[in-house]
Write a protein that binds this ligand. Structure first.
Ligand code: GTP
Ligand code: ZN
Length: 314
């Protein structure tokens, strides 16, 4: 045990770090003294990749996380009874879809809603553009998002993903998407350090399988005009992205095409179901809202209502 003679010594020993991986109650944190294996001081505290923390380094490359610096934003998902932190302090949420296998555009809308609710910029990546036979169909499926102004970058991870590497320079980004879309392959193409890490893990497990099981933050090469260093988080494949933490009014705000019509219904408590004088239904009829996006809005809204019925504590 280290002896501490006075409080000043403890205070001086505190250093800053960034959480780069979270495994239950064990965190990897990058600091000026290298990567430390850390545990939180309190029982209830929980951290996410991207969190900026203050910690007390100990011996043997370990440390104790003492405090969390205020988060710029927090990406998380929730259902009726559980919540899961995904990442924090993000500039961009990169939604990775692919030409093959097929992807859910409802999941894309969920991810966009999560990003918009936290002031994170959504960016859609259509990977496996080399599989030409499916390219047009995938582009068609993304058309409603493109029309709303969301940026879509087409890449092929197998062909280097140069355009995406340039786009992500200096950003604080996370890859999210269904399993098999190519998030890890893209990460490996963009961050050489990631390739080494994947190899180590698969060597250790002695398996050729590369399914990502936890999120990990990788630092991007620093470019000249950056205020803060860029980084990229690779995260496990998502099937669900519950948004039980969003109230119904907040959800509507995350659909950018609904915003101009909110508050313009005849009835103040309009549910936008079949009420006369509903501004949203009017916009839908006039073609200002894409029917697919309206379906997504309704699907997510009823899911949130159901979660809140099961757990009125939300
Ligand atoms: N043809 C083609 N195949 C790709 C491309 N990118 C990835 N793949 C393949 O797609 C499969 C899935 O890629 P992964 O990188 O493991 O997908 P992931 O999204 O990280 O999956 P999880 O870790 O399960 O979330 C692998 O067999 C890759 O070789 C691409 O640009 N073109
Ligand atoms: Zn209405």
């Amino acid at each position: 045990m280290r002896k501490r003679t006075h409080a000043g010594a403890i205070a001086e020993a505190r250093i800053d770090g960034v959480v780069v991986a979270a495994f239950g109650r064990h965190y990897e944190v990058d600091t000026a003294r290298g990567r430390l294996q850390c545990y939180p001081r309190g029982k209830k505290s929980s951290y996410a990749c991207g969190d900026e923390v203050e910690l007390v380094p100990g011996g043997d490359g370990q440390g104790v996380i003492e405090t969390l610096h205020p988060r710029r934003n927090l990406l998380w998902r929730s259902d009726a009874f559980r919540e899961k932190l995904i990442a924090s302090n993000l500039s961009h949420l990169v939604i990775v879809v692919a030409t093959e296998p097929g992807f859910s555009d409802l999941l894309v809308s969920r991810c966009i809603a999560a990003a918009e609710s936290q002031g994170i910029v959504p960016l859609i990546v259509l990977n496996k553009a080399d599989l030409a036979a499916r390219l047009e169909a995938a582009r068609h499926q993304l058309e409603p998002f493109r029309k709303l102004g969301y940026e879509v970058v087409e890449v092929s991870a197998l062909q280097g993903a140069d355009a995406l590497r340039a786009r992500l320079a200096g950003l604080q980004a996370i890859f999210v998407g269904q399993s098999g879309m190519g998030k890890s392959t893209l990460t490996n193409a963009i961050v050489p350090e990631a390739q080494a890490a994947t190899r180590e893990i698969s060597d250790a497990l002695d398996s050729g399988k590369h399914t990502t099981t936890f999120a990990r933050l990788y630092h991007l090469p620093v470019t000249a005009d950056e205020a803060r260093g860029g980084w990229l988080i690779d995260s496990p494949g998502l099937q669900v992205f519950g948004l039980a933490h969003l109230a119904a009014e907040d959800l509507a705000e995350t659909f950018v095409e609904l915003r101009p019509h909110l508050g313009r219904c005849r009835f103040r408590d309009c549910r936008h179901d079949s009420e006369p004088g509903c501004a949203l239904l009017g916009a839908l009829e006039a073609g200002a809202i894409h029917p697919r996006r309206w379906e997504h809005f309704r699907a997510i809204r009823s899911e949130i209502a159901e979660a809140r019925r099961l757990n009125p504590g939300w």
